[in-house]
Design a binder for this molecule. Structure first.
Ligand code: 5GP
Length: 189
């Protein structure tokens, strides 16, 4: 088992596709996998804890971190910044696989620096399904949900640049497929 390499896995996909659930379950099921915690300037949602879902920082702190080359990548969504802390990820990668749950722009940026990163796109069985999930989650206004819906086409249009696409039509099957991909990649020389 020691000859297997640790891999940096990027999980992307449109908002509401179930990325968060899958990422959480992957980490629970796989002892050798750590979930990276991103920095964001957006406000915490109900139930979110600083240092667990995200490191919640303000725009000035974010800019300082950019200036100090503290991010592996960062991008802006809906007027807020999100970034992957470089040190956090590279340190974790020494002892475990690391999972990044980030957007497509971030994923493609990571691949530029880490050629061996494995990019997995999580796609919905139907776009309508996503809309229903977002409405059910009801943490956002309809206007914001519509903005996120516009983003879906953009995210999915980048699938061909990703290494794999997994359709989340069944949660367990999707998780197993992602695990299969990771195991395959871990055995590559
Ligand atoms: P949310 O606000 O719903 O938690 O996340 C919004 C979007 O930001 C999601 O698509 C999520 O994957 C993405 N995101 C979260 N962290 C990062 C990050 O560190 N970098 C980038 N580029 N996107 C991120």
């Amino acid at each position: 088992m020691n000859n297997k390499r640790n891999v940096l896995v990027v999980l992307s996909g449109p908002s509401g596709v179930g990325k968060g659930t899958i990422a959480k379950m992957l980490v629970e099921r796989n002892k050798n996998m750590s979930l990276s915690i991103s920095c964001t300037t957006r406000n915490p949602r109900d139930g979110e804890v600083d240092g667990r879902e995200y490191f919640f920082i303000n725009k000035d702190e974010f800019k300082t971190k950019i200036d100090n080359d503290g991010f592996l990548e960062y991008s802006e969504h809906f007027e807020n910044f999100y970034g992957t802390p470089k040190k956090f990820v590279t340190e974790k990668l020494i002892n475990s696989d690391v999972l990044l749950e980030i957007d497509v722009n971030g994923g493609l940026e990571v691949k530029k620096n880490f050629k061996d990163a494995v990019l997995i796109m999580l796609a919905p069985p139907s776009v309508e399904e996503i809309r229903n999930r977002l409405i059910k989650r009801s943490t956002e206004t309809i206007e914001k949900i519509n903005l996120r819906m516009e983003r879906i086409d953009y995210e999915l249009s980048k699938s061909s640049l990703y290494d794999y696409t997994v359709i989340n039509d069944d949660l367990t099957a999707a998780i197993e497929r992602v695990e299969e991909i990771i195991n395959f990649e871990k055995n590559k020389i």
